[in-house]
Design a protein around this ligand. Structure first.
Ligand code: ASP
Length: 435
């Protein structure tokens, strides 16, 4: 019996991780759909606990992993190169996000998603308002932490990136100091962070062995809770968003990888794990450990991915951009019976691209950005208005839309990272992307 148990465990551990996760995904989706069809909208706490364990395990290692990898990355690269990588990464992120909004607006104009005014009005009375600040300047100053500890404790990824870059760059100068004491201390510090980064990678591999269970439960939960709501007018919103996500992957990412001379098959083979993790956790930040592991497996140098991926999790949200385009159209069409003007669409492209910079990659962040964008085009979601009613409708299916947009957001981070690494000659010689 004991031997048999060991055999099962061994077979489980040796079975391809990705296939295990895919099985978890399919099983979870089927169970979720069956539950929704039978009117069960939630799982008992003792089952939903398995999903929570998965997301908590991932969250547990985000900050140590980002900090350690970035310190190691920044201390191995010249300051001039950091600037070059940084500029390219930010530009490619912003450009792809702008493409995302345009694709979203295109989908919206084709599908014309909207709800009946009566349905929106019925929800308006009790609907809470949601307005957001569009102060871009504070987004920039907030990148500098006033307390390193609070940045780490509050998991403010942009601030952690800033501190780790400063720390890593100083370390890179100290490592070559003529003063032996300083050089030695820097070398020891480097080794400590290097070791921490490696330990975190090892922890991720362990978590991935547990992932199939977490994935199954998380997906069953979302489908059971939201599945039935994706009907009627909201079905068109869902179709428009998901079609936009698919078109973006094929045209924008496929195009970028092709132009970059990267093996597309090898790329997507490795990108599947973060893709699924993002799909079920609905958090680019939470997916960071798997995205970084995928970049490592793809043969990208740490100097690039340790910087570009945490940054991307915060500022690069192409899926969210598509969602903004579709949902802004839905809100205006449902409440005012008209589409968006060219001026409004131009404003949405600009605002949605900028709004993504200051919004963390956590579940539901896109819905907050949508409120910011609506405010920016002069239609604030004020309490008790029809806009708040239509917004409440979107919130009802937000989890489903968030799954797709987060998966796209993370794939975008990895695509841009691979392309920049290839362009700058920062793919390892044994990289699967080159074979
Ligand atoms: N959940 C998304 C992310 O983490 C953000 C969003 O809500 O659109 O990337």
């Amino acid at each position: 019996m004991g031997k048999e148990k060991k055999g099962i465990l061994k077979a489980y551990l040796e079975f391809n991780v990705l296939y295990k996760i895919l099985i978890g995904l399919v099983v979870g989706a089927i169970v979720g759909i069956i539950l929704a069809a039978s009117g069960v909208t939630s799982l008992p706490p003792w089952i939903s606990m398995f999903g929570t364990i998965f997301t908590r395990l991932l969250k547990m290692i985000i900050i140590p992993m980002v900090l350690a990898s970035l310190v190691v990355g920044a201390s191995s690269v010249s300051p001039a190169n950091v600037g070059k990588i940084g500029l390219r990464v930010v530009i490619i992120y912003l450009v792809t996000s702008a493409f995302g909004v345009i694709i979203g607006l295109l989908m919206a104009n084709i599908f014309q998603p909207h709800a009946e005014l009566a349905a929106v009005e019925a929800l308006a009375a009790g609907a809470a308002g949601k307005t957001g600040s569009t102060d871009v300047w504070s987004v920039i100053t907030n990148i500098i932490p006033t307390s390193v500890l609070s940045a780490l404790v509050n998991e403010t990824v942009l601030q952690v990136i800033f501190f780790a870059l400063v720390f890593g760059l100083c370390l890179s100068f100290m490592k070559v100091s003529k003063d032996e004491r300083i050089a030695k201390a820097a070398q020891v510090s480097y080794q400590v962070f290097d070791c921490l980064a490696e330990v975190m990678m090892m922890v991720v591999r362990g978590i991935m062995q547990y992932a199939p269970f977490g994935v199954a439960v998380l997906i069953a939960e979302v489908f059971a809770k939201n599945g039935a709501k994706v009907a009627g007018s909201l079905l068109i919103v869902t179709i428009a968003c998901f079609l936009g996500y698919i078109i973006h992957i094929v045209l924008v990412y496929g195009g970028l990888l092709k132009i970059g001379g990267i093996k597309i098959g090898a790329f997507f083979k490795e990108a599947r794990t973060p893709f699924i993790t993002a799909f079920v956790t609905r958090s680019s930040n939470g997916t960071l450990p798997t995205t970084m592991t995928a970049a490592e497996n793809l043969g990208v140098e740490k100097e690039v991915y340790a910087f570009s991926l945490p940054l991307g999790a915060t500022i690069n949200m192409d899926g969210t951009a598509i969602y903004q385009g579709v949902c802004a159209f839905f809100l205006v069409m449902s409440c005012y019976g008209r589409g968006l003007t060219m001026g409004e669409m131009g404003m949405i492209v600009l605002l949605a691209t900028l709004a993504s910079i200051g919004t963390a990659g956590v579940p539901g962040a896109g819905a907050i950005m949508l409120a910011m964008v609506m405010q920016g085009i002069g239609m604030p979601i004020a309490e008790g208005t029809v806009l708040a009613g239509a917004y409440a409708m979107i919130l009802g299916i937000d989890a489903i839309l968030d799954m797709g947009r987060t998966a796209l957001n993370v794939t975008g981070d990895l695509t841009c990272t691979a392309c920049i690494a290839k362009k700058m000659g920062m793919l390892r010689k044994d990289s699967v992307l080159l074979k």
